[in-house]
Design a protein around this ligand. Structure first.
Ligand code: GDP
Length: 175
């Protein structure tokens, strides 16, 4: 990445959402620029880091993926404790995953740190012909709950860098 002259700000970011919505794939696309059709649900790494330049600052994301453990709901607070940002992911072709995302958001708003920046990602938007959640449903829910919102595709890379960038812009640069 280009040399930025200013300060580095580090943030913990977690990904939450139902299994198979594409959480690991979004991280892999953002951090390594890769995509696998048959992504293993546990890539193993506890977290990955990626930096982006914003104005004259360096924003360093420490990204925590639940690595398949979202099925064990009791473990979730361990992931979002101390997180300054969260991306709650659903799959636009799986209505149940959208309902599940709403529950994650409620939980974050009650239990996570009060200043957490939350983005809702409607992933797999390359599968538009099979969609079961409209863009408007996603954006209306996000607006009502004061969330950032983008539809993304880890497959085509659509809006993947962008979702991290809108989060970076909204995070308070105070540390
Ligand atoms: P996770 O369990 O939420 O981490 O989901 P994964 O990242 O393991 O992805 C589950 C499956 O969906 C894998 O087969 C991925 O290749 C696929 N997948 C993930 N993101 C996308 C996407 O944006 N578009 C399409 N078409 N498939 C995706």
């Amino acid at each position: 990445s280009a040399a930025a002259t200013g300060k580095t700000f580090q943030f913990k970011l977690v990904l939450l959402g139902e299994s198979a919505v594409g959480k690991s794939s979004l991280v892999l696309r953002f951090v390594k620029g890769q995509f696998y059709e048959h992504q293993e649900s546990t890539i193993g790494a506890a977290f990955l880091t990626q930096t982006i330049n914003l104005d004259d600052m360096v924003i360093k994301f420490e990204i925590w993926d639940t690595a398949g453990q979202e099925r064990f709901h009791s473990l979730a607070p361990m992931y979002y404790r101390g997180a300054q940002a969260a991306i709650v992911v659903y799959d636009i072709t799986n209505k149940e995953s959208f309902n599940r995302a709403k529950v994650w958001i409620e939980e974050l708003q009650k239990q996570a740190s009060p200043n957490i920046v939350i983005a809702l990602a409607g992933n797999k938007n390359d599968l538009d012909t099979s969609r079961t959640t409209t863009y408007e449903e996603g954006s209306a829910f996000a607006e009502e709950n004061n969330l950032l919102f983008l539809e993304t595709s880890a497959k085509t890379a659509n809006n993947v860098n962008e979702i991290f960038m809108v989060i970076a812009k909204k995070l308070p640069k105070v540390n």
